[in-house]
Each structure stands twice: as C-alpha cells, then as structure tokens.
Design a protein around this ligand. Structure first.
Ligand SMILES: Nc1ncnc2c1ncn2[C@@H]1O[C@H](COP(=O)(O)OP(=O)(O)OP(=O)(O)O)[C@@H](O)[C@H]1O
Length: 229
C-alpha cells in the first residue's frame, strides 16, 4: 500500500506527490502515463528500491523503510526494464539455485525447484549457459524465474514487453496468466495498450505526480474490490 507518499530526486521537483494507492493481489494492475510521469519511480518505491521522503510504503503489513531489500524480495519482486541489471550468476542454473542455497535448502530440494522453474520458463536447454549471452526474451524469463523462486506475493514488472517479438510476448502472457492463477498480484508498468487490454483488471493512470485515473475492469477476475468498469 502506498500511503500519502511523496518522492523527489531533486529538491523542489517532486516526482510523486502525496500519492495513495492500495493494491490487491487478485488484480492485474497496469500503471500507465506519459514518459517521465514517474511510473518507474513508483514501481521502485513499491518494492523498497527507493524509499519515500514522506508517507509510507507498506508491503504485506511491513513498512518498506524498516525492512531489508532481501526481506522485501520475499514479498514483492521487481522486474527491471533492463533485466540484465538483476542477473549475477555465472550460469543460468546457478542464478536460480543461489537464492535457495542462501535460504539453506537441501541440495535435492534445490535441484527439484530449479528444474521445475527451468521447465516453466523454457530455459532447461540453457541451464549451463553464461546468462549475458542470452537473448532479451531469455534474459527476461531468467530474471522473472529468479524473482519467482523467492515465491513473492506481488510481482512488479517495468515495461516487460519492450523488445519482445509476438511469440515471446505470447510466452510472457502465458507465464503471467499462470502466476495470476496461483494468486500472485501483478503490477505492470507499460505503454503496451494491447497487452494491458488483454490482461489488466485495473488501470491506474499517473500525471503530474498524482493518480488521475483508477479504473477496474472485471475480465472474469475474482475481484473483491469496488466496482468493475
Ligand atoms: N535516478 C534519477 N535521478 C534523477 N532524476 C531521475 C532519476 N530517475 C528518474 N528521474 C527523473 O524522474 C522523472 C520520472 O522518471 P520515471 O523513470 O519514473 O518516469 P516513467 O514514467 O517511468 O518514464 P518512461 O515512461 O519514460 O519510462 C523523469 O523526469 C526522470 O528524468
């Protein structure tokens, strides 16, 4: 929940101005608005990468300013506009196994979870590959898989369809549809009207540091919150 949040990179130039938004895990929420209106900034505030100057960001009942990024990552994952920024391991398999090792999970359990994830994200044939040689779509699927191996309740995606061809967009659609069915709340920052039209159950529009539109569509969702447009 974004509660009366204000944020500026430079004093006197607020990007987010006393904004409040409540997000629900049953929604696929799209954040839209013109270039430079603060969508990415809001996404980073939602996942604790940036901290608000005023107000608070409450993630699953906890104040983002008071918990570590690691702890936030177990509740809300963030897919960067450029997924390369969040890939660190020497090969695809280790990108997925490392967070589980850190958790202290047993080797057999790690193998089972990683192999399952490689299958879901169509990366099995690339498991030994150096991640930086992957294509854009493959890097994105790897970054998504690495976020989701933490089993967060919310996933925030920043312009995930940029640079993807139709086939890769369809793969992403299928993956996001499965996540939705599992009850993971999805927030997508995007200019891709067709993709938003297909998936979003709620559309929040930003301008001038404020929310200027907040509409819900039903799309057959099990939405419990207010009305559907
Ligand atoms: N690290 C930064 N330091 C200073 N200013 C920044 C920084 N990041 C973003 N800004 C500025 O903040 C404003 C909002 O940027 P932001 O990336 O959040 O917008 P956006 O709505 O996501 O834009 P786009 O649709 O082009 O991706 C812009 O004017 C941008 O130049």
């Amino acid at each position: 929940m974004i509660d009366h949040v204000s944020f500026a990179y430079k004093k006197q130039h607020p990007i987010i101005n006393n904004m409040s938004i409540e997000l629900f895990s049953e929604d696929f929420t799209a954040i839209v608005g013109a270039n430079g209106t603060g969508k990415t900034t809001l996404g980073k505030l939602m996942t604790g990468i940036l901290k608000p100057e005023k107000g608070s960001v409450i993630i699953d009942g906890l104040d983002s300013s008071k918990i570590s990024l690691g702890a936030i990552g177990k509740k809300a994952g963030y897919l960067f506009q450029n997924p390369e920024r969040q890939i660190f391991a020497p090969n695809v398999y280790e990108e997925l196994s490392f967070p589980l090792e850190v958790k202290g999970m047993k080797k057999e359990e790690i193998e089972r979870k990683v192999n399952e994830s490689l299958t879901i994200f169509q990366l099995t044939h690339l498991s030994k590959v150096f991640p930086f040689t992957l294509s854009q779509g493959e890097k994105q699927r790897l970054a998504l898989a690495a976020i989701l191996i933490n089993e967060p309740k919310f996933l925030i995606l920043d312009e995930p369809t940029t640079g993807l061809d139709i086939e890769r967009k369809n793969t992403l659609s299928t993956i996001l549809g499965r996540l939705k069915e599992k009850g993971i709340g999805i927030v997508m920052i995007s200019h891709d009207g067709a993709f938003i039209g297909k998936h979003a159950t709620r559309i929040i529009e930003l301008a001038g540091g404020e929310v200027i539109g907040d509409n819900k569509k039903c799309l057959g969702s099990k939405s419990k919150t207010d009305h559907c447009a």
